[in-house]
Design a protein around this ligand. Structure first.
Ligand SMILES: NC(=O)c1ccc[n+]([C@@H]2O[C@H](COP(=O)([O-])OP(=O)(O)OC[C@H]3O[C@@H](n4cnc5c(N)ncnc54)[C@H](OP(=O)(O)O)[C@@H]3O)[C@@H](O)[C@H]2O)c1
Length: 411
């Protein structure tokens, strides 16, 4: 598609830099405040971990490094009980560190130092677009990373960052304090975790970041229970670039008493973590993720249809972008996705058509199971499936644009 030079999608008048994918932040601070929970309150003196709960951390024989729940270790890394709105603030790494430095608060500065020296063995299963970037940031934060990917070639570059590239999922999870899964979908995740099962250590934490859908999260949580893993439902918002920059937003649900064991990993991959609940099996984080992705996918499909209609009617797309520039109809995400199509920058994908089609199906199913009609989501899912069937599956989801045409459009 021909473009005239000058302001346009991706660099238009409406704003300088625009995001290249789902934003690293969830819009709507109030929503975060309502859902968020503190990292963990300090246990009362003399109280140990809850009986019958799997312990996160090293086996008992090893020196404890970070076991505040048991009261052992160098120093309990926990927050004093908060009150009022502070008790409901999301875990937000950067501001907390900066606040600590500014205020000179000794406890807070020590807490920051403790986070930075608290090194874990983290197994990353799935090193695609997102998983590779997350593994790299975890390694760069100083943790020992053991990475596995079905197609080994995609994991190999992580060796340069000090990661151990494992030949099997079982090898990857050996000795892991935390297992992070970032695979295509729920069934793939369950299958890979089954392959890893023999080497999974009871008490290890499982940070499940694949966008798996509400039903699948229940199945994965059941597997975690069988294996005595501490399960965290932890999908992410943000795409390739936020992942590479360690600026994702992690939506997380899991038991408060064990959160401190996974916070160093969440801090390494994200700018902030929004805690949505304690019961990971209920999938409250995944529910919020699906709601957010329904908006992301609808916006992407709408961007593609705007361009297709403009082309069909002989309207210069820049005329449309000039029309809405700076007003309430303007949107950085629209410009970013349209820009990928207009500039022919669909590969490498930020978020591939095939993966978005999977998410769109999960959204449609979630609506059906919960008694709401999602007409746009259903149409959007078909559109993405059609684009994938026409050979655009590995391109950025903005390539859903091509689903508008029976024949490939002239550029
Ligand atoms: N990209 C984004 O913007 C974004 C943002 C937020 C969340 N997510 C979610 O994050 C997850 C990963 O997305 P991605 O963009 O990183 O996708 P991706 O690059 O396609 O990676 C998918 C990963 O899953 C693996 N995989 C697929 N099927 C498998 C199977 N049957 N057995 C074992 N491994 C299998 C792939 O292995 P191979 O390399 O061997 O194919 C690859 O490691 C998805 O759930 C996605 O919805 C993506």
């Amino acid at each position: 598609m021909a473009r005239r030079r000058g302001p346009g999608p991706g660099r238009g008048r409406a704003g300088a830099a625009v995001p290249d994918g789902p934003a690293g932040r969830v819009p709507g601070e109030r929503l975060d405040v309502l859902h968020a929970r503190p990292v963990r309150a300090c246990p009362a003196p003399g109280r140990g971990s809850a009986p019958g709960r799997p312990r996160i951390g090293r086996p008992a024989a090893e020196p404890a490094r970070r076991t505040p729940a048991t009261g052992r270790g160098r120093r309990a890394r926990c927050a004093p009980p908060a009150s009022g709105w502070q008790a409901d603030r999301q875990h937000d790494r950067a501001p907390r560190r900066h606040e600590a430095e500014r205020s000179g608060n000794r406890e807070a500065v020590e807490q920051k130092a403790d986070v930075m020296t608290d090194k874990l063995t983290v197994s990353v299963l799935g090193t695609g677009i997102m998983g590779a970037a997350m593994a790299r940031n975890i390694a760069r934060a100083g943790h020992a990373v053991r990475a596995w990917n079905r197609t080994r070639d995609k994991a190999e570059p992580l060796a340069a960052d000090g990661a151990h590239v494992a030949a099997t999922p079982a090898e990857a999870v050996e000795g892991a304090d935390v297992v992070l899964t970032m695979l295509y979908d729920g069934p793939a995740t369950l299958e890979v975790m089954r392959q890893a099962a023999a080497s999974l250590r009871p008490g290890a934490a499982w940070v499940q970041s694949t966008t798996a859908g509400v039903e699948a999260v229940g199945e994965l949580a059941a597997f975690a229970r069988e294996r005595q893993l501490v399960f965290f439902d932890a999908p992410v918002l943000g795409t390739r670039r936020p992942a590479e920059a360690g600026q994702l937003t992690v939506l997380a649900a899991g038991p408060e008493e064990h959160r401190s064991a996974v916070v160093p990993v969440l801090d390494a991959v994200g700018a902030r973590t929004v805690w949505t609940g304690e019961d990971a099996a209920a999938g409250s984080a995944t529910r919020l993720k699906l709601v957010a992705n329904s908006w992301v996918i609808a916006a992407t499909n709408a961007a593609g249809e705007v361009l297709a209609l403009a082309k069909a009617l002989g309207v210069d797309p820049d005329g449309f972008f000039d029309l809405i520039a700076g007003g309430p109809l303007d949107m950085g995400y629209l410009r970013a996705k349209a820009g990928l199509v207009l500039d022919g920058r669909l590969s490498p994908a930020q978020f591939a058509v095939a993966t978005a089609a999977k998410d769109a199906r999960l959204i449609v199913e979630a609506g059906e199971r919960n008694g709401v009609r999602l007409d746009l989501a259903a149409a959007g899912a078909q559109r993405l499936a059609r684009a994938a069937a026409r050979g655009h599956g590995d391109e950025d989801m903005a390539a859903a644009y091509f689903a508008s045409f029976d024949e490939p459009p002239a550029s």
